[in-house]
Design a protein around this ligand. Structure first.
Ligand code: HMG
Ligand code: MG
Length: 300
């Protein structure tokens, strides 16, 4: 079973970085990651620039990247305004986002879960009319910084609503990076009763170093083969105190390749993509991944 990676570094990886990153560097990062063999690159977000200033150049990034055939270029969209912006630069796929925790959703989108889903209905319709693929993210699928542990049944309820309004896939986000393999089992046992594993993507943050263990559990015990990860382990959500980067793409690639599971991804290219950001920020941003540290020592 081939592993399918959505490289979220240019979006999740950068959205929380406070120092300015030149658009040029973002474009270079996306172009290098496009050549690494990942199936999809989440390039940016068409959200309010007041909420996430770092990604306010989303249109320019999209206009300047070199599209590589076979790679899907996606972006976050919160509302119809975001969809219009995304369509104006020809995105292939959009990602809507809500949460399983009311408190987090309010802080992230200024809406209740139900309000955010109702807001998505015309967005999905318009996106479909324009031939786009639509993802729905559920943040805080395991744990919320404000509300604590989230029951799997609550996540299922939100997933049912998202599939009902017509999303093609749901990505379950461990926003705080607090999930451990037992949590992954508890959630997937519930979700996969109603939905096939091909429709489910897992999105782990690595705050407690559990990302790789969680990825392996989802793959080996539940047959999930679609994961979000970020080059260099960059990332975090600006609306969760202390949330750190996503599980690193190169660590995920190393895990699978060493276990005899093909990814088709060149992990050195992935690390090169992340290094663009280290250089563009004069080292203010560092690589978080295990593999990037091994590579720095010169041997893999
Ligand atoms: P709001 O303030 O309630 O909405 O924000 P509003 O409609 O009143 O808009 C406020 C201002 O933003 C207005 O401008 C709008 O025009 C403008 P003003 O009149 O004040 O000058 N605006 C926009 N501008 C450009 N593009 C748009 C847009 N929409 C409104 N699309 C809203 C509601 C949802 C827009 C806001 O809360 C928002 O943008 N939130 C984004 C938050 C975000 O990006 N969070 C990080 C991504 S989610 C994440 O990281 C989790 C994930 O990785 C999974 C996981 O780890 O769990 C996906
Ligand atoms: Mg995230």
């Amino acid at each position: 079973m081939r592993i399918r990676i959505t490289e979220v570094g240019p979006r999740d990886g950068l959205q929380n970085i406070k120092v300015p990153i030149p658009t040029d560097a973002k474009v270079r990062m996306v172009d290098i990651l496009s050549e690494s063999g990942v199936e999809e690159v989440e390039v940016s977000s068409f959200v309010s620039p007041k909420w996430v200033p770092q990604l306010s150049d989303a249109e320019e990034v999209f206009r300047r990247i070199k599209r590589r055939e076979g790679v899907i270029y996606s972006a976050l969209v919160p509302n119809l305004r975001g969809l219009e912006r995304a369509l104006s630069v020809g995105v292939d796929k959009i990602a809507l986002f809500t949460a399983a925790s009311e408190t987090f959703n309010r802080k992230n989108t200024n809406a209740t879960i139900e309000e955010s889903i109702r807001r998505f209905i015309p967005v999905v319709r318009e996106a479909r009319n324009s031939g786009l693929v639509v993802r729905g993210y559920i943040s805080t699928a395991f744990h919320c910084y404000f509300e604590g542990r989230i029951p799997p049944e609550k996540v299922l309820e939100v997933a049912v609503r998202l599939f009902d309004i017509g999303v093609d896939e749901v990505s379950l986000g461990d926003t705080t990076g607090r999930a451990v393999p037992e949590d992954v089992k508890r959630l997937l046992e519930v979700i996969l009763r109603d939905f096939p594993p091909q429709k489910i993507v897992l999105h782990f943050h690595d705050t407690y170093g559990m990302g790789i263990a969680n990825v392996w559990t989802a793959y080996s015990e539940f047959g999930i083969n679609r994961f979000d990860s970020s080059a260099g382990g960059l990332g975090g959500c600006p609306f969760v105190p202390g949330a750190s980067g996503n599980v690193a793409t190169e660590d995920v690639v190393f895990l699978f390749e060493q276990s005899g599971v093909e990814t088709g991804i060149d992990l050195r290219r992935v690390v090169e993509g992340a290094r663009v950001i280290v250089e563009a920020t004069d080292g203010c941003v560092g690589l978080q991944s295990h593999i990037s540290k091994v590579l720095e020592r010169g041997r893999l």
